[in-house]
Design a protein. Structure first.
Length: 209
């Protein structure tokens, strides 16, 4: 396909595609002439992943380039591919700020029997949340999180089931990223609606009386 068709099918403007080519994010097409190049389905899949990494996950161009380079080296390792795409495995310029000692998080993960990297950013996020609750006078013991963690396990199974049968690594990465980042607001909305429903079930009759 020509660049105009690549733009139409990907939803990315020609100007932006040329920028990605200059920055080395998108490989050059097959030259047809001095001013014409041809692109294929691999370019389309990579372009969609670039758009997801920058527009959805919010990575910089330089970090996106690093992620794509790392993905190219690990296309056969789906576990690492997903970790790089979703941020469970960090690159050099994605370092997290110092966080509280995650002893409670370690205890939670050990109790659950989960296989989670020691450097996973989610560990730091959870530790910071527990520390903030303690500072605000609402200490939350890690054991209270166990039933929530079990629900998260079920969600993770649903997430990974959505990737079953997809063989192309770039498509796996793009779909995983979209399912994770774009679905998170929907999951939060569902939780809020479920809370409203449960509150109505428990308290609506008393209020009506």
């Amino acid at each position: 396909m020509r660049m105009s068709e690549l733009s139409r099918r990907s939803g990315v403007s020609v100007t932006t595609i040329k920028y990605y080519l200059r920055e080395g994010l998108l490989p050059v097409g097959r030259q047809l002439s001095a001013t014409q190049a041809e692109y294929d389905e691999n370019h389309l899949r990579r372009l969609r992943l670039i758009r997801a990494l920058i527009g959805v996950r919010g990575l910089s161009v330089s970090t996106t380039r690093e992620v794509l380079g790392a993905l190219a080296e690990d296309t056969a390792d789906t576990h690492r591919l997903l970790g790089l795409t979703l941020g469970a495995i960090q690159l050099a310029d994605e370092t997290e700020p110092d966080s509280p000692e995650p002893a409670e998080v370690d205890a939670l993960i050990e109790k659950l029997g989960w296989n989670v990297r020691g450097s996973a950013p989610a560990r730091a996020t959870l530790a910071e949340t527990l520390a903030s609750l303690r500072t605000l006078g609402s200490p939350l013991d890690w054991r209270v999180l166990l039933p929530y963690a079990r629900l998260a396990e079920e969600t993770a199974v649903l997430d990974l089931d959505q990737l079953a049968g997809i063989e192309d690594p770039l498509e796996v990465a793009e779909r995983a990223l979209l399912l994770t980042v774009l679905l998170e607001p929907a999951l939060m909305a569902l939780r809020r609606m479920a809370q409203e429903n449960e509150s109505a079930r428990r308290h609506a009759d008393a209020t009506d009386n």
